[in-house]
Design a protein around this ligand. Structure first.
Ligand code: AMP
Length: 284
C-alpha cells in the first residue's frame, strides 16, 4: 500500500495509475480509528473493480464540539495494517496545512432541508465542514467512484447533493451499515463507551428496529415512534435528541410511509458522554 501525505505526490501517483492500470479509481474518505464498517467500504470499492484510495483525516471544521474533536480516537498504525490487509492500494494521510493551508476554515453551504434538519440543526457548522473537506478531497483524488456508509445517512444525502452540484462525473455508492453481532452500529466513538454504557447503547438499534417492525405491522408512524421511545429510550444514561421517520432524499419528517418513496427511521442519542447516531431504511 502506498502512503502519501501530500496532495501533489498523490496526484502524480494517480496520474501514473490512470495511464497504466485499466481500473476506475474508487475513494473512501474516513477519519480513521478504523473498524469493519470502514473496511466494508474498501471491500465494496474492490468489488467494483476499483483501484482503491482511502483517506484518513480528522477534519477539525466538522466538529461543532471541541471536546469531541480532542477526544477523537487516533490509531494510525493499526489503521494502516487493516487497510493493507483489506487490499487498499493507497492511503492519503494529509495534515491540516495540506488540506487548508494557513487558515483552517469551512465554506458555508445551504442545501435546504438536507443541511438544515436533524444533524444540521443540532451540530451547527458540521455539514459546512463536511462539504468543504469532501470537496477538497474529491478535487485531490479525482475519483470515478466514491463509497460512503449509510450509517451516516444524512451525510450521504449531503454528499449526493455536492456531487450533483459540483462533481457530476463521480458515481456514489452507499454501503449498508455494519453492526456488531448484538445490533450496535459500528462507530469509531464506540470505544469511548464503558461496558455498562455499551449495553445501554443497544437501545438505539433496538428502538429503530422496533419502529420499523411496528410500521410494517400497520401501526401509524407517530404511534410507533412514541411506543419505541417509551419502551427503549427512557434509561437515565440516555438523552434522546431525535427519533424520527424521514424521507431519505430530503431528510424531512413523514407521517406516512408511501410506497415508492425511500424512507428511514433515524436516531441521535447521547449515551453518557458519547453522542451516537444510527438509522434503518424502511423501504429497502
Ligand atoms: P468516519 O470515519 O466516521 O468519518 O466514517 C467514514 C466513512 O465510513 C463514512 O462514509 C461512514 O458513513 C462510514 N461508516 C462509519 N461507520 C460505518 C458502519 N458501521 N457501517 C458502514 N459504514 C460506516
Amino acid at each position: 500500500m502506498f502512503v502519501f501525505k501530500s496532495a501533489a505526490a498523490l496526484a502524480q501517483h494517480l496520474r501514473q495509475i490512470r495511464t497504466s492500470v485499466a481500473q476506475p479509481i474508487g475513494f473512501a474518505p474516513t477519519m480513521g480509528a478504523l473498524h469493519n464498517g470502514h473496511l466494508r467500504l474498501i471491500e465494496s470499492a474492490k468489488h467494483h473493480g476499483c483501484y482503491v484510495v482511502c483517506s484518513i483525516y480528522v477534519n477539525p471544521t466538522q466538529f461543532n464540539n471541541m471536546e469531541d474533536f480532542a477526544r477523537y480516537p487516533i490509531t494510525i498504525e493499526a489503521d494502516m495494517e487493516k487497510l493493507a490487509a483489506a487490499g487498499c492500494d493507497v492511503l492519503f494521510l494529509p495534515d491540516n496545512k495540506e488540506m487548508y493551508g494557513a487558515e483552517v476554515r469551512a465554506e458555508v453551504y445551504d442545501y435546504g432541508s438536507i443541511t438544515a434538519n436533524y444533524e444540521g440543526a443540532l451540530r451547527p457548522g458540521h455539514f459546512d465542514g463536511v462539504i468543504t473537506i469532501v470537496g477538497k478531497l474529491f478535487n485531490m483524488v479525482n475519483p470515478d467512484y466514491v463509497f460512503f456508509g449509510q450509517k451516516d445517512l444524512q451525510q450521504c444525502m449531503v454528499i449526493r447533493n455536492l456531487i450533483k452540484a459540483a462533481f457530476p462525473g463521480i458515481q456514489m455508492e452507499l454501503v449498508p451499515t455494519v453492526r456488531e453481532a448484538d445490533g450496535l452500529a459500528m462507530s469509531s466513538r464506540n470505544v469511548r463507551l464503558s461496558e455498562t454504557e455499551r449495553q445501554t447503547a443497544l437501545s438505539l438499534s433496538a428502538a429503530l428496529f422496533a419502529v420499523k417492525q411496528m410500521i410494517t405491522n400497520g401501526e401509524s408512524v407517530r404511534q410507533a415512534l412514541a411506543s419505541a421511545t417509551a419502551q427503549y429510550l427512557q434509561h437515565p444514561l440516555l438523552k434522546l435528541e431525535y427519533l424520527d421517520v424521514v424521507q431519505s432524499d430530503t431528510m424531512t419528517p413523514v407521517d406516512k410511509v408511501l410506497p415508492g418513496t425511500s424512507c428511514a427511521v433515524i436516531i441521535a442519542c447521547w449515551c453518557a458522554s458519547v453522542r451516537l447516531i444510527d438509522n434503518v431504511l424502511l423501504t429497502d
